[in-house]
Design a protein around this ligand. Structure first.
Ligand SMILES: CC(=O)N[C@H]1[C@@H](OP(=O)(O)OP(=O)(O)OC[C@H]2O[C@@H](n3ccc(=O)[nH]c3=O)[C@H](O)[C@@H]2O)O[C@H](CO)[C@@H](O)[C@@H]1O[C@H](C)C(=O)N[C@@H](C)C(=O)N[C@H](CCC(=O)O)C(=O)O
Ligand SMILES: Nc1ncnc2c1ncn2[C@@H]1O[C@H](COP(=O)(O)OP(=O)(O)OP(=O)(O)O)[C@@H](O)[C@H]1O
Length: 538
């Protein structure tokens, strides 16, 4: 047997243990074709898996050769066949490119619309329907809220899967993620495997890309939750209206049974608009006292360690006291959303009583769960924090929380990513200048763009703000990021707070197609230790 590449091995780990062969004629029927549309050579062909990327094709797979923004998947047909693909599904343009290949080729218009249905057919498992699936969407807070839900489900003793930006986890098996929401092919495989291994629940982040690219096609959520909507991903969506409409698709009754919407921000906020767009059963949650129609509200917020204790109050009078150990007021919202999402699911079929759930929420401290790279405290004196904030709203919330908590200066290292929403760069520069005392503009995943040009746009935003407000700030531009972090550590005294924003848990940066290893958490730890050693030596 040929050895699998690491990408193939990762794919194999999250496929059902016992694949069931599916006749190609059944696949043809699922995409609206007749048996006569299948070439005679394919009449006896069977497939046991499906992939839409040649790098993750496994032997006997169906390869979905989709037209893309950059290229046509059919151009990679020979790689798919070399990896063992038994058949290919594509569109007419792809079929032209694949003329003469040695495996049967099916052709339909717009094949992406069938990805979910085909994956569901190939990985079919009756018990998948019994899995309670939770989906979280919103600009910020998806990962944190998902980890919080996972912590509650795990404390309830459920076997659960977690899918998101950081990792895909199924029981003891974990692989790092390359996407926030994987492809529909991978999701259907994962949940079939979960069902086969006795899993009862799953929680996943649902990005707006995933909704646009139909990665959640064929999935149905018991409960879907909305955190917030602020500027991001305008490169994909073009406008906030399109971004909003895309997210709203998750809350239709076809997609979920219950939608829990965080309605913070008042009547003009996106939470209220989202609540109005819901066609599933609606549960409104408000943490800032601005929604008189809220089903659940957050009250009695008090500081508790680095985080907060608070009460969840239902309009029927039910009160549940809980807390989160993670800093930042936004983590109250994340914890409250996680709690209300689980409270809104009917877990009785899984043998879980309401009483057991309330006990976990009020006594189990599930929201103390550390989330990698989210307000992660790396050093003390100076306080060193790594946070994933990489858009304007997240930066405001993170920096304001840390400014309030810092006994000294707030020293920030950050950059903006290349080939993504360029309009947020100057805005992020201005926010940095507003909240931090020392602003070090550096690099963050430039991808194919010239890093100096990206930094210049961020610097311009920061300079404008400082000039307009005649503010006393130290503004520096330092690249590479490692040097910026070292300099931040050298500038800090023990009362100061250093925050590295934007990269969170990530361990490598894409610089013009080259993967450059860098982990902010390691860099900060070493930089602070080195600066302390140098200070002692002086
Ligand atoms: C912008 C975007 O989301 N693009 C997605 C889209 O790409 P595309 O249509 O442009 O595809 P393409 O690159 O032209 O390639 C065409 C086809 O050839 C296939 N191919 C290509 C090369 C190869 O060697 N083998 C191969 O099979 C590709 O899998 C694809 O099906 O469809 C591809 C699969 O069909 C996705 O892999 C790809 O995601 C790329 C990798 C990506 O980086 N997406 C990011 C932006 C994303 O989805 N991010 C969100 C989170 C965002 C956030 O909240 O921060 C996420 O959920 O991760
Ligand atoms: N509820 C929230 N509101 C605003 N900002 C938040 C919220 N929760 C977290 N943040 C900020 O956003 C950053 C990313 O948080 P998290 O990873 O939980 O969100 P996400 O939606 O998964 O982000 P992404 O889609 O970019 O991975 C955090 O590091 C923090 O700075």
């Amino acid at each position: 047997m040929t050895r699998l590449s690491p990408a193939q091995q990762a794919e194999a780990n999250f496929r059902p243990n016992t694949p069931v062969p599916t006749p190609l004629v059944d696949v043809a029927a699922a995409v609206g074709l007749e048996p006569a549309d299948v070439h005679p050579s394919g009449m006896n062909t069977q497939v046991t898996g499906v992939s839409l990327n040649t790098k993750t094709v496994l032997p006997d797979d169906l390869y979905l050769a989709l037209p893309g923004a950059k290229q046509h998947g059919a151009a990679y047909g020979s790689q798919a066949i070399a990896a063992g693909a038994a058949a290919i599904l594509t569109d007419p343009a792809g079929a032209d490119l694949l003329r003469g290949v040695e495996v049967p080729v099916l052709s339909v218009q717009r094949p992406r619309q069938y990805v979910g249905a085909v994956a569901e057919l190939i990985y079919r498992d009756e018990s998948v329907r019994d899995i309670k699936l939770f989906g979280v969407t919103g600009t910020n807070g998806k990962t944190t809220t998902s980890y919080f839900i996972d912590a509650v489900l795990t404390q309830l003793g459920l076997t659960s899967a977690l899918v998101g930006t950081i990792e895909t986890r199924l029981g003891a098996e974990t692989i790092p993620s390359s996407l926030t929401t994987p492809e529909a092919t991978q999701l259907h495989a994962l949940f079939a495997k979960l069902a086969q291994t006795g899993g009862q629940s799953g929680v996943m982040e649902v990005s707006s890309h995933a909704i646009s690219y139909q990665r959640i096609s064929g999935l149905h959520f018991a409960v879907a939750g909305f955190t917030n909507l602020t500027q991001d991903h305008l490169d994909l969506h073009g406008s906030m209206a399109d971004y909003f409409d895309t997210k709203a698709e998750l809350f239709s009754s076809q997609r979920c049974d219950t939608a829990v919407i965080l309605t913070d921000g008042g009547e003009q906020g996106y939470g209220h608009k989202m609540a109005a767009a819901v066609s599933a059963k609606l549960v409104r949650l408000c943490t800032d006292g601005t929604d008189p129609e809220a089903d659940w509200s957050v009250t009695e917020v008090t500081p508790d360690g680095l985080g907060h204790a608070f009460t969840l109050q239902h309009k029927d009078g039910t009160r549940i006291q809980t807390s989160t150990g993670l800093p930042g007021e936004f983590n109250i919202a994340n914890a409250a959303l996680a709690a209300v999402m689980v409270l809104s699911a009917d877990l009785s079929a899984l043998g879980i009583t309401r009483q057991e759930l309330v006990e976990v929420l009020s006594g189990g401290r599930p929201f103390d769960t550390a989330v990698p790279g989210r307000m992660e405290v790396i050093t003390q004196e100076p306080a060193g924090v790594v946070d994933f904030a990489h858009n304007p709203d997240a930066m405001i919330r993170t920096l304001s929380a840390l400014k309030e908590a810092s006994a000294g200066k707030l020293i920030l290292v950050f950059g903006a990513t290349g080939e993504r929403d360029t309009s947020k760069r100057a805005i992020m520069g201005a926010i940095a200048a507003e909240y931090a005392d020392v602003i070090i503009v550096s690099d963050d995943d430039p991808h194919g763009e010239e890093p100096a040009g990206i930094r210049a746009q961020v610097m311009a935003g920061a300079k404008d703000w400082i000039r307009e407000h005649d503010a006393d700030r130290t503004l520096l531009e330092i690249s590479p990021r490692q040097d910026a972090i070292k300099h931040a550590a050298e500038l800090a005294d023990r009362h100061d707070t250093i925050v590295l924003a934007g990269r969170g848990h990530e361990t490598a940066m894409d610089v013009a197609g080259t993967v450059v290893p860098i982990d902010d958490r390691d860099e900060l730890r070493h930089a602070v230790a080195l600066a302390q050693k140098q200070a002692r030596a002086r």
